[in-house]
Design a protein around this ligand. Sequence first.
Ligand code: 6PG
Length: 240
Amino acid sequence: MPADGYGSMKQIICRDLSTWTQTALRIVVRQAHQAIAERGRFRLALSGGKTPIPLFRRLADRGSLASIDWSCCDIFWTDERCVPPTDEASNYGAAWSECLSLLPIPPASIHRIAGEQTPFLAATRYEQDLREHLSETTPLDLVLLGVGRDGHTASLFPGSASLEEDARWAVPVCAPVDPSPRVTLTLPILNAARRILFLVRGRDKREILRRLSTDRSLPASRIEPRPGELIWLLDREASP
Ligand code: 6PG
């Protein structure tokens, strides 16, 4: 991972899934406590894909549930596939069934991307929702991100025009993988976050992590929070 240019960057490598999940949980809980203590709200953006599922499950555990004041949390997504929320490909659907449905979060604080809409309409409505709750001075407190084997993150894919978007915070995209129609956050809102946590597990991510350390054109290389902090949380399998 490129180390220069960030507000600050940290890499943590965990020996097994349990340690990886516990470390991820600790980072989320600590950020929630800090945000709520300092600003009264914790604004969290969840990533999609399979990697974060063990963390979602831990967040719904009794211990974690009790340790975060979920009534002070706003939940967003980094991206969504344009499928119904009940579709197994839905990022919202996965987070809801594994975690959010078990937490005392007010429904109005769950800012779902309307995947059942067309990408353009879903992105437009999400942009409005984001701008009602976030601003230049009120960024996301914590963003969870994954990385694909092609170096994509959120639904920012290599060579996509969405990588150059510098005004809108959410845009419709056509992903080169199914489901293709999606909505994704853009670099301006992602890189404004106070902290970004890349969650990476598995041997199949080792090669792309190697490439990220030199290829600055890849979408995941473009994640450079300033003045925020960037943390890469890897398991041993994924570590180059
Ligand atoms: C998505 C995700 C995407 C994901 C990576 C890694 O909607 O697909 O937001 O960016 O994080 O593709 O996916 P896995 O965790 O399943 O490997």
